[in-house]
Design a protein. Structure first.
Ligand code: AMP
Length: 282
């Protein structure tokens, strides 16, 4: 397992693999790797001869008041996780390597980014689409792996690949959770012990919503209303959104008459956490 910092080094390594006829998978991450990331690396290792893990806290996807500076970083620990789960190369560039002076080209998307996280984080998906496009151009993978934990991001990336005719298979991987249900996230490290307990309202609300869908309830407001009431009963929790959207367009729906995504974003203290379920998976 190798760690490289430059685009040139990634290209040289990938060309060498290609010359041997090997396939390449890419797992884009912001580092501080946990079992969620590990599951993506394992999936890539299963499907491809070689796996590249990008480890880059992308400044472009953070808003001015967000946690870019405090975002946890630990390359040494990340290297162990990548090695243990079958990754072959870590690409860990400095921001200047990815965004040279005068950088001025962006990949942006309209409809799918208007709802959910796109509402509370207006420049987020432009940053995500731009950096993921750059990573695709740098690594030129056969397949790229994304978690369903960031369900809107997965939908946006799939749409971008389709819109822009990128010849890459996008693989969506299930949400990995802590034993008590909390979805694993690098941001969980921000939580105090009291907040960590309070954060359980997210997965509890998701389970409540799933159960209602399982019972055959089709009224979106009835489901999100019950989920909101559960979250609001926790004093440390503040809802950003609890919504049910059409899987294809990410636009809100009133009746569950098509494949839908139920997504939530909740502040626990100052930490913003997300969780979701797809109605088709219930
Ligand atoms: P991040 O480092 O948070 O940008 O995440 C990198 C990738 O890992 C994204 O595709 C995420 O959706 C995925 N990921 C993060 N947490 C989880 C999780 N708990 N389960 C599955 N995938 C995850």
């Amino acid at each position: 397992m190798k760690i490289v910092k430059t685009i040139a080094e990634v290209r040289t390594q990938v060309k060498e693999w290609r010359a041997q006829g090997l396939t390449v998978g890419l797992v884009p991450t912001m580092g501080y790797l946990h079992e969620g990331h590990a599951s993506l690396i394992e999936a890539s290792h299963r499907d491809n001869d070689r796996t590249v893990v990008s480890d880059f806290v992308n400044p472009m996807q953070f808003g001015p008041t967000e946690d870019l500076e405090s975002y946890p970083r630990d390359l040494e620990r990340d290297a162990q996780v990548v090695e243990e789960h079958g990754g072959d190369l870590i690409f860990n560039p400095e921001p200047e390597e990815m965004y040279h002076e005068g950088f001025s080209s962006f990949v942006d998307m309209t409809v799918l980014t208007q709802e959910l996280c796109g509402l509370s984080r207006p420049i987020h998906f432009r940053g995500v689409c731009t950096v993921v496009s750059k990573l695709f151009n740098i690594v030129k993978p056969d397949r790229a792996y994304f978690g369903k934990k960031d369900a809107q991001q997965l939908a946006v990336i799939r749409h971008m690949v389709d819109d822009l005719n990128m010849d890459i298979e996008i693989v969506g991987c299930p949400i990995i959770r802590e034993a008590d249900g909390l979805a694993k996230s690098s941001r969980n490290t921000y939580l105090s012990p009291a907040e960590r307990k309070a954060a359980l309202v997210l997965s509890q609300a998701i389970n409540l919503g799933k159960a209602m869908v399982g019972e055959g309830i089709k009224d979106a407001a009835e489901i999100t209303g019950a989920m909101k009431a559960h979250i609001n009963a926790e004093p440390l929790a503040k809802i950003d959104y609890v919504k049910i959207v059409d899987c294809a367009t990410m636009q809100q729906i009133d009746v569950l008459d098509r494949p839908a995504l139920c997504a939530i974003a909740v502040y626990i203290g100052k930490t913003r956490l997300i969780d979701n379920f797809f109605t088709e998976d219930v």
